[in-house]
Design a protein around this ligand. Structure first.
Ligand code: NAD
Length: 332
């Protein structure tokens, strides 16, 4: 059995080698994403996996079918680059990796909350100036005495709730579909408004949908406590970034940690040192002293990297061996 894996980074090669040995399967790796230039390399392989965020080549599903390949195993949770109907028409199974390490994003959320309430950025800046005096501007608060609001209480949200709960915080939650697992760590409220009015930290963990585009806007921030913090590790589009900046400038809330920005896709993940950032709003985020920005790295741990690759290869092999996979996202 032979699998071809596109868009493989150097740090993933050891994981692949180990998987090859464990499964007795050969994996050929390609550095780039799947494209019109390199799709022919898939000829003669039994299965294909990629981590695609660029558009797929035209007619990709017909081409794969003609090469005898029956599936694409996407190595990420999101799969919006795929035309699922077209894939189904061509008998191509598309799979994703929906859950790979909720703990990774949850632990980063806790990190951000602690950095915000302990004013770590300001402490670092003062260190650079050699100002080691104790002043109220760097006096911290105790997360354990705070109320934390979790919006979206799925795999990641409820894991974050568990961590905040362990810190002693009172955790409130809102979800359009509440679940019993989360109830162990948080108290559900009937509306987002009820949560944000009481919360000292509001953390977003729901998917981006048509309904929640810019749901967190200037009017919503009016209902926040002026001392509250917002954390967004979900999707940039949920927050109206300009509204957030204005709300921070007007003192409607105290600060924010953003791991996602609504128009990040041309800049993240990549090295922008040569070209800079040509997006006024993004630059305002990066320069704002009340915003802690990180480039979509909440997920990025050794465990996530290992699980994403391993689950992607497992799904590929599952289709080769059984004709289907539990991680399939299209109809067949
Ligand atoms: P999940 O599907 O397990 O949970 C999502 C929860 O949100 C579900 O309980 C669902 O009912 C709820 N929900 C859906 N729409 C909602 C709405 N409008 N309001 C309130 N709740 C709503 O997903 P997950 O694995 O916990 O991931 C959550 C999100 O985290 C993903 O959609 C993704 O956008 C984001 N994410 C970010 C990173 C990162 O590195 N920053 C990594 C992985 C995932």
């Amino acid at each position: 059995t032979k699998i071809i894996a596109y868009h493989v980074r150097d740090e993933e090669l050891d994981i692949i080698q180990k998987w090859e040995k464990e499964h007795g399967v050969e994996v050929k790796t390609v550095e780039n994403q799947l494209s019109a230039d390199n799709i022919h390399l898939a000829e003669g392989f039994d299965g294909l996996t990629t981590s695609q965020n660029k558009p797929l080549p035209d007619g990709v599903y017909e081409t794969l079918r003609s090469l005898g390949i029956r599936q694409i195993a996407q190595r990420s949770a999101g799969y919006d680059v795929y035309d699922l109907e077209e894939a189904t028409k061509n008998n191509i199974i598309v799979s994703n990796v929906a859950v790979y390490s909720p703990e990774s994003i949850a632990e980063f959320t806790l990190t951000q909350a602690l950095m915000l309430v302990r004013k770590v950025r300001r402490i670092e800046e003062r260190k650079e100036e050699r100002d080691f005096s104790w002043q109220p501007e760097i006096q911290g608060r105790l997360l354990g005495e705070m109320t934390v609001g979790i919006i979206g209480t799925g795999h990641i949200g409820r894991t974050a709730a568990k961590l905040f709960n362990a810190m002693g915080a009172e955790v409130l939650g809102y979800d359009i579909y509440p679940n019993d697992e989360a109830k162990e760590f948080l108290e559900y409220k009937e509306s987002i408004e009820e949560v944000i009015k009481q919360a000292d930290v509001v953390s977003l963990h729901m998917p981006a949908t048509d309904d929640n585009h810019h749901q967190f806007n200037y009017d919503m921030f009016k209902q926040f406590k002026p001392t509250a913090y917002l954390i967004n590790n979900a999707r940039g589009s949920i927050v109206d970034t300009e509204g957030l900046i204005k709300a921070l400038d007007d003192g409607l809330l105290a600060g924010a940690a953003l791991d996602t920005y609504e128009n990040e896709s041309s800049y993240v993940p990549r090295d922008n040192r040569e070209t800079g950032i040509n997006d006024e709003v993004f630059n305002a985020v990066l320069d704002h002293d009340k915003i802690m920005y990180t480039p979509h790295i909440a997920y990025y741990t050794n465990v996530s990297v290992r699980n994403i690759m391993t689950i992607g290869l497992d799904s590929t092999l599952e289709v080769i061996q059984t004709g289907d996979t539990k991680n399939r996202v299209n109809d067949i």
